[in-house]
Design a protein around this ligand. Structure first.
Ligand SMILES: Nc1ncnc2c1ncn2[C@@H]1O[C@H](COP(=O)(O)OP(=O)(O)OP(=O)(O)O)[C@@H](O)[C@H]1O
Ligand SMILES: [Mg+2]
Length: 343
């Protein structure tokens, strides 16, 4: 799927349409959009009421005729019309005007590894509908590796894990391309959901969305230093009344075990498919974590413990794929392809 660097360089806009957040980078202005991929729609008139952060605030607090929709799921644009309207509003019209004026305007979009042709078509249609004359598709994994400053073009192995909201992608890269990779439909959303389910099953407590982040702090302990148990407020499943329970590290750890195992399995599967020389390189360079979910406290130590490999979180892991794609459109990385040999 990955377009050549020469093709990507001709693009003036880089777009990362994620399940949780939409990011747009332009050659002229850098990162201009980093907002939730959400739109509030009036179901009676079809009118768009709010987009981005404003729409996300409305989620769960709307009357029946207003719906907060998320047009991207599992790395695929599932509602092209809403995705286009969302992008048009987030970018503010200026870009699409410029797009129309310049018949050669091209956009680069990053997509998860192994995206189906239909998912690729949906991404292309979303951007061409906004006026882009050509859309180049780039693997998110390659963009994230560039964004994380990994030496992707060197003949040495680098391993990157991009943990987003709906998907986690794992790859070993060498000489600018993917040697082995895997995408699993598990990300931050599944980890959050596992915590919510655990409290519902074991404490009969319904957890509000904002209570999940503080609970994840319990995972941050690295062996000896275990954080103190935390009080969480929620609603009793049976009585419907407000109730408070005490949750400790072990409970959150066992709750997130299932999604974490899926991520670890993907890492194992990718390593098994790699030639031994590259795996040996990885013993030294380790794994780099990117994607918004890399910010979940405890994810890094848990992966380090399970793989016995060095693990580090990329700088700005959440925006790392779009910054990498931005660096690619700006031509700030060494060419991945060699020029044809002179006769
Ligand atoms: N500071 C943080 N602490 C914990 N989790 C975080 C933090 N910031 C972001 N996340 C989690 O990261 C996820 C969003 O990551 P990201 O922005 O990479 O997703 P996305 O690119 O929209 O999704 P995808 O790539 O799966 O389509 C969410 O699940 C969110 O809960
Ligand atoms: Mg993403």
């Amino acid at each position: 799927m990955t377009a050549t660097l020469a093709q990507v360089r001709r693009c003036s806009v880089a777009v990362d349409l994620g399940a949780a957040r939409t990011r747009v980078y332009t050659k002229a202005k850098g990162l201009i959009v980093d907002e939730p991929t959400a739109a509030a729609v009036n179901t009676r008139s079809g009118a768009l009421l709010a987009v981005g952060a404003q729409a996300e605030l409305m989620d769960g607090r709307t009357p029946g005729y207003i719906r907060v929709v998320r047009p991207v799921s599992g790395g695929t644009v599932v509602d092209i019309d809403i995705a286009q309207r969302l992008l048009r509003h987030l970018v503010g019209g200026r870009l699409t005007r410029a797009w129309r004026r310049w018949p050669t305007m091209r956009a680069a979009v990053c997509l998860p590894y192994g995206s189906e042709p239909l998912a690729q078509r949906a991404a292309v249609e979303t951007l061409t509908g906004l006026g882009a004359r050509r859309v180049e598709l780039v693997e998110t994994l390659v963009a994230a590796a560039v964004g994380a400053g990994l030496p992707v073009e060197q003949p040495e192995a680098t391993m990157i894990v991009v943990a987003g909201a709906g998907t986690t992608q794992v790859a070993v890269l060498s000489l600018g391309s993917i040697v082995a990779a895997e995408t699993v439909p598990v990300g931050g959303n599944a980890i959050d959901e596992a915590v919510v389910q655990h409290l519902r099953l074991h404490h009969e407590l319904m957890l509000p969305q904002q209570a999940i982040r503080p609970l994840q702090m319990l995972l941050s302990g690295d062996g000896e230093l275990t954080p103190a148990p935390q009080e969480v407020h929620g609603r009793d499943v049976v009585s419907g009344l407000a109730r408070t329970v005490l949750v400790d590290t072990d409970q959150v750890r066992s709750a997130v075990n299932t999604p974490l195992t899926a991520i670890l399995d993907a890492i194992g599967a990718v390593l098994r498919r790699c030639p031994p020389d590259l795996v040996a390189d990885l013993g030294g360079s380790g794994i780099v974590l990117a994607g918004g979910s890399a910010l979940i406290p405890g994810l890094e130590p848990m992966i380090r413990q399970a793989t016995s490999m060095p693990v580090r979180v990329a700088e700005q892991p959440d925006v790392c794929p779009v910054l990498g794609l931005g660096a690619m459109i700006e031509g700030r990385i060494a060419p991945l392809e060699l020029d044809p040999l002179a006769p």
